[in-house]
Design a protein around this ligand. Structure first.
Ligand code: NAD
Ligand code: MG
Length: 381
């Protein structure tokens, strides 16, 4: 079990649950970071007494400094402050920042030699090869926190040769709009899109679940994490979110991980791997669920899934491009400035028009991110 931990994005949905798990198992918290919620971060600092804390927003960082002036926690600011916290040298760094803002901190934590507990899927979607290579070079493990990837990781325990894996099957709840056709989604509201049937999560990922962009991002995340080609990763809609994902082996045996939908299980497994400990999560009582259902995704209505698949297959900067279009459009939709179906339209346009190259640097990733955000805003105006 991990003894010392830094939590990046500690004020969010995953971050707060990670601190719950850390407290239950008496892990020492070395560093905490947030974007702007200084009220929550102040409480966390008083409770966990970390060496350092960072707030990405400069103004909010100044506010935090005043709030915790009586404590011994060093307060840092801006993206550099967050990176410094990521480099604090904790045994593990749990990254639950949302969006591409998580990429540089993941790389900083890898360089510092910390084990990575990764919730920030955008790290692998945008950084892909760069992140995997850096981790290999430093001998650092990247352990999944995303529930589907944790399920696959758990179902792979005991597999001695990856060649025996035929297929990964990512389950998807389908989100609040599953079963509806394109025409029926034209006028859906932000409020409707934010009503996820099974999970309570941050706003961005909840909208990603409604468009099913989340499953596209997860497909790319799985391809990198488990070094699998995209055509060996399938998506299965399973409305109850009890089976969190499956691995099919050469002999057609399928191994899956089940549990009630509660992120504290995958969070804890990433921090205690390879061991298991007591958890506050409710036991799974399968008799409570009269039926578990399975369906194929409606790829036409939820076109983001295959746009991501194509982006990964095209390689280069395409995954970063579709991610940037989605981050921008997702934000504009939440602000009430565009319609729901504009999100998948923007992602499709980015895949069509992005200028990619096969050999790219981290700076190229940030550059295409800036460019596609700019283009997406102009396109949707
Ligand atoms: P959230 O919005 O609840 O929390 C995001 C955290 O990131 C907050 O602490 C916020 O302060 C911080 N943050 C935001 N912008 C930042 C910036 N520019 N720089 C530094 N910090 C910033 O989001 P969440 O639901 O906890 O999701 C976090 C990540 O985990 C996402 O990548 C999401 O896809 C992934 N994830 C979440 C869940 C879930 O159940 N919530 C499940 C699987 C994966
Ligand atoms: Mg997931």
């Amino acid at each position: 079990m991990i003894k010392s931990l830094a939590v990046l994005g500690s004020t969010g949905s995953i971050g707060t649950q990670a601190l719950e798990v850390a407290q239950m198992h008496s892990m020492k918290i070395e560093a905490l970071t947030a974007n702007s919620r200084t009220d929550i971060l102040e409480n966390q600092i008083r409770k966990f007494n970390p060496k350092m804390a960072a707030v990405a927003d400069e103004k909010a960082a100044a506010d935090l400094k005043t709030r915790v002036a009586d404590t011994s926690t060093k307060v840092l600011s801006g993206a550099d402050g967050v990176k410094e916290c990521a480099s604090c040298g904790a045994e593990a760094v749990l990254n639950s920042i949302v969006g591409i803002a998580g990429l540089a901190p993941t790389l900083a934590a890898i360089e510092a030699g910390s084990t990575i507990a990764l919730a920030n899927k955008e790290t692998l979607v945008t950084g892909g090869r760069i992140v995997i290579d850096a981790a290999a070079r430093k001998g650092v493990s990247i352990l999944p926190v995303d529930s589907e990837h944790s399920a696959i990781f758990q179902s792979l325990q005991g597999c001695r040769d990856k060649k025996q894996v035929k297929r990964l099957i990512l389950t998807a709840s389908g989100g609040p709009f599953f079963g509806r056709r394109k025409e029926e989604l034209v006028n859906v509201t932000v409020e409707q899109a934010l009503k996820h049937p099974n999970w309570s999560m941050g706003a961005k990922i909840t909208i990603d679940s409604a468009t099913m962009m989340n499953k596209g991002l997860e497909l790319i995340e799985a391809a990198w994490l488990f070094s699998m080609p995209a055509d060996k990763i399938d998506i299965l809609v399973h409305r109850q979110s009890v089976i969190h994902s499956l691995v099919e082996y050469e002999d057609n045996s399928v191994i899956a991980q089940l549990g009630v939908p509660d992120m504290r299980i995958p969070i804890q497994y990433a921090l205690t791997y390879p061991d298991r400990f007591e958890s506050p999560v409710k036991q799974l009582d399968l008799a409570e669920f009269a039926t578990l259902t399975f369906e194929k995704p409606d790829y036409e209505t939820f076109s983001c899934i295959n746009l991501c698949r194509r982006a990964f297959e095209k390689g280069g900067l395409y995954p970063a491009a579709v991610n940037a279009a989605n981050e921008k459009a997702n934000e504009l939709f939440r602000q009430g400035k565009i319609k729901f179906m504009d999100i998948s339209y923007a992602v499709g346009e980015a895949l069509e028009n992005a200028e990619s190259k096969d050999d790219f640097s981290l700076e190229d990733v940030f550059e295409i991110d800036r460019k596609i955000r700019f283009d997406t805003e102009r396109l949707l105006k």
